[in-house]
Ligand binder design. Structure first.
Ligand SMILES: Cc1cc2nc3c(=O)[nH]c(=O)nc-3n(C[C@H](O)[C@H](O)[C@H](O)COP(=O)(O)O)c2cc1C
Ligand SMILES: CCCCCCC(=O)C(=O)O
Length: 371
């Protein structure tokens, strides 16, 4: 079978190529490749290059302040770690190493439902560092409830519900490679340590790991998820709820009507619906609807500090870093993750200075030009 990977074999960046040298090729394909023809994955990057910065001069940029506030929490920079599942396929210490990097950098980490390690183990590594929990609403309600309760009990301060994954996208490389990240990563710590999940199995994971892995795959999909289901989850917790994967302004309107606390404009890094709109292209219309009523975050295609600047200028309050973190993790564990983030932050600081802005609040669309 010929797949997108055969047609677009080049690496996106030197970082990606270096990571390729460190990861088993099937796992690399799972991480790096997108859905279908990868049109959306490419659009995510092109969308950023369509915008140019129109800088201001003579603005005294001797002091640059990159701090911002999200849900009353002061952030040293408007950046979070995106939820990335099964990180053990990139590095044996997976999310534990990422958590140590997040703690060192004091950047909030969004822990995936599909993390290799359990949310308890990750929380231990994070200490007092801010953490949010990403929820794949399970078709088994008792599992959803249990995950949310555990997140609350372990100091997670927001729930991110991923809404662009009623079913998994078509990942041609994985089909060709006959690859399952759950098999390679030995499953998801969150499920394998969950009493509600374990109660659904006929045999324990030790007795029948294959069935336990299949059950995890089955319950991650929830094609029946809708606004009514969301109301039920709203009742489970008083934590702020963000929806990850909103691209249409009408859905942003519905999110406001349904008392959602935040929106993450995302197309899942082009891993779900191919030929859908790039996240950055979706942002202005969503900002137009939401204004400043709730925070808007964005991911999918952030590769540099310049990208962070452009996303903030078009209305995002913060951005999430995805694949570049996994590449840093693969290359050099915790230190690799930190190096990737440091580079992006340095770029953001220099971009702010050269664009003539001193604080995150001063970044606005007047500083951008489309052409
Ligand atoms: C290997 C991998 C695993 C991911 N796992 C999850 C996940 O468990 N939950 C989720 O909501 N998003 C997941 N995502 C999507 C990211 O959160 C994010 O939306 C995406 O990586 C952004 O695109 P970018 O990395 O190209 O910038 C995953 C992405 C990758 C690359
Ligand atoms: C088969 C397990 C898939 C976990 C989902 C992780 C994810 O969101 C992704 O994009 O991949």
């Amino acid at each position: 079978m010929i797949t997108a990977a055969d047609i677009q074999p080049e690496f996106e960046s030197l970082l990606e190529r270096k990571a390729f040298e460190k990861i088993r090729s099937e796992a690399f394909d799972y991480i790096a490749r997108g859905a279908g023809s990868e049109a959306t994955m490419q659009e995510n990057l092109l969308a950023f290059s369509k915008w140019k910065i129109r800088p201001r001069v003579l603005r005294n940029v001797a002091e640059i302040d990159m701090s911002s506030t999200l849900f009353d929490q002061k952030l040293s920079m408007p950046v979070l770690f995106a939820p990335i599942g099964v990180q053990r396929i990139a590095h044996p210490e997976g999310e534990l190493a990422s958590a140590r990097a997040a703690k060192e950098l004091n950047v909030p980490l969004v822990v995936s439902s599909a993390a290799s390690y359990s949310m308890e183990d990750i929380a231990n590594e994070l200490g007092g560092c801010s953490r949010w929990f990403q929820l794949y609403c399970s078709s088994e309600e008792i599992v959803t409830r249990s995950l949310v309760q555990r997140a609350e009990a372990n100091g997670y301060s927001a729930i991110v519900i991923t809404v662009d994954t009623p079913v998994l996208g078509i990942r041609e490389s994985d089909a060709r490679n006959q690859y399952s990240p759950l098999e390679e990563g030995d499953g998801c710590g969150n499920y394998l340590n969950d009493p509600a999940f374990l109660s659904l199995l006929d045999l324990s994971p030790e007795e029948d790991m294959k069935a336990a892995l299949q059950k995890q795959i089955d319950i991650i999909d929830q094609p029946g998820l809708d606004w009514d289901e969301l109301k039920k989850i709203r009742e489970l917790t008083s934590l702020p709820i963000l929806l990850k994967g909103v691209l249409h302004p009408e859905d942003a309107k519905l999110a406001l009507e349904n008392n959602v606390d935040g929106i993450i404009v995302s197309n899942h890094g082009g891993r779900q619906l191919d030929h859908c709109i790039a996240s950055l292209d979706a942002l202005p219309d969503i900002k137009n609807i939401v204004q400043d009523r709730i925070p808007i975050l964005l991911d999918s295609g952030i590769r540099s500090g310049v990208d962070v600047f452009k996303a903030l200028a078009l209305g995002a309050d913060a951005v999430l870093l995805g694949r570049p973190l996994v590449y840093g993790l693969a290359i050099n564990g915790e230190v690799g993750v930190m190096q990737v983030v440091h580079k992006i932050l340095h770029e953001l600081e220099i971009t702010m200075a050269l664009a003539g802005v001193r604080s995150i609040k001063e970044i606005n669309s007047d500083l951008l030009f489309k052409g």
